[in-house]
Design a protein around this ligand. Structure first.
Ligand SMILES: Cc1ncc(COP(=O)(O)O)c(C=O)c1O
Length: 401
């Protein structure tokens, strides 16, 4: 029987970040010595105190369905985290625990978007934003940024873009950003928040990299600006990146109760609840004082410094110093202009580097920025040293006569 696939599903394409890592892993499994910069997850183990909480939950047979929104203990712990880290007050019924930040975002978008609603997405963007917006039959509106402006949109640009739209509904902000590492400063967010308030725009603030921020900078959530801005913001966050817990699948949304309630209904009929053991582990993550996150962040900063310095030493490569997350996003456009392989886009370049120089990167095209490639430094310093050498050799070979 030939079943016609829904239009909704047909518009989706495989996630390019997952495909590069999958291809690199397949090549590595065949015994090929690949250096992969594809990972979107910390290469550290989940801290022991979190694993112990999961063991304990199992031993206590905490293995049944939980409340769909998450166990009260966890929602309370998240509310306390929001107060302590972000100076924001939320009640537990304004918090929804979902199966990863990705699912948290999907539930919220499904709860607020109608067909034809326009959603503003700064470029470069995390790959799933456009896909999820389109899944809701809404329309992504891309806002370009520049390397000179550290890949950030401005309030003036937002104002100009909004003036051209007919059904603007929401803005998706991501700070610290994947793939650029950009971090918005408080003043920038205040100006953006003011425009959103004037145009009645919902702000979806993806803060999943909150804990990975360098050089004594502080994370600032746009919801902190004022109670009015908080009332038009949904924060997306979770344990995946901060606590090296990507495979456990736990993220959450925090926002106005009307939105959270609707997102909860969607979750009730699709997921039921997040894995009960994972929820107990997340309680431990949020309520235990431990320096493992801080140590992980220091190690990321050390690798970032090495990687970005090495990249900027390669002729015609420009890489700004990322302020957060664990990605570097160098511009490599020079190498498309005149090379001996006819390579003229980031996908072809990444294929060439993987096949011939055994180094895996994610093409900038995946994030809407074809003149770039993304390096994840969630890999050992030894791999970074060797991988950058391969990258440099690959680029040089492209322009050798
Ligand atoms: C910006 C951004 N948001 C959300 C996520 C998803 O996080 P989770 O693994 O918790 O679903 C990622 C993961 O790569 C990300 O980079």
């Amino acid at each position: 029987m030939q079943v016609k696939i829904s239009k909704r599903a047909q518009i989706l394409k495989p996630s390019p970040t997952l495909s590069v890592t999958a291809l690199a892993k397949r090549m590595a499994a065949q015994g090929i010595d690949i250096i992969s910069f594809g990972a979107g997850e910390p290469d550290f183990a989940t801290p022991d105190y979190i694993k112990n909480a999961a063991h304990q939950a199992l031993d206590q047979n905490f293995t049944y369905y939980t409340a769909a929104a998450g166990i009260p203990e966890l929602r309370q712990a998240i509310a306390q985290k929001l107060l302590k880290d972000n100076n924001l007050t939320y009640s537990p019924d304004e918090i929804l625990v979902s199966a990863g930040a990705k699912a948290a975002l999907a539930n919220v978008l499904l709860a607020v978007l109608d067909a034809g609603d326009e959603v503003l997405i700064p470029v470069p963007y995390w790959v799933s934003y456009p896909a999820l917006v389109e899944l809701c039959e809404a329309v992504p509106v891309y806002m370009p940024t520049s390397i000179e402006n550290n890949f950030k949109i401005t309030a003036a640009q937002l104002e100009t873009t909004l003036a051209q739209l007919h059904h603007p509904k929401a803005l998706i902000l991501n700070s610290p950003n994947n793939p650029s590492g950009a971090v918005y400063a408080k003043e920038e967010l205040v100006a953006i928040g003011e425009v959103c308030a004037r145009h009645n725009i919902l702000i979806i603030s993806d803060e999943i990299y909150e804990k990975l921020i360098y050089d004594d900078r502080l994370h600032y959530s746009i919801a902190q600006i004022s109670p009015e801005i908080q009332a038009r913001t949904v924060i997306i966050n979770g344990v995946s990146k901060a606590y090296a817990m990507t495979g456990w699948r736990l993220g959450w949304s925090a926002g106005p109760s009307s939105i959270i309630k609707s997102a909860l209904l969607i979750q009730e009929h699709t997921l039921s609840c997040v894995n009960s053991i994972t929820q107990k582990a997340a309680v431990a993550a949020y309520t235990t004082n431990d320096d493992s996150i801080e140590k992980m962040s220091q190690e990321f900063a050390r690798r970032r410094d090495y990687l970005v310095t090495a990249l900027n030493q390669i002729p015609h490569v420009t890489c700004p110093l990322p302020a957060g997350a664990f990605y570097a996003f160098p511009n490599i456009a020079y190498y498309f202009e005149d090379n001996n392989r006819g390579i003229n886009n980031s996908i072809q370049l990444c294929e060439y580097l993987l096949q011939e120089f055994k180094v895996a990167l994610v093409p900038g095209a995946a994030f809407g920025a074809d003149e770039y490639v993304r390096f994840s430094y969630a890999t050992s310093i030894e791999n970074i040293i060797e991988g950058v050498k391969r990258f440099a050799r690959g680029l040089k070979a492209l322009i050798e006569a």
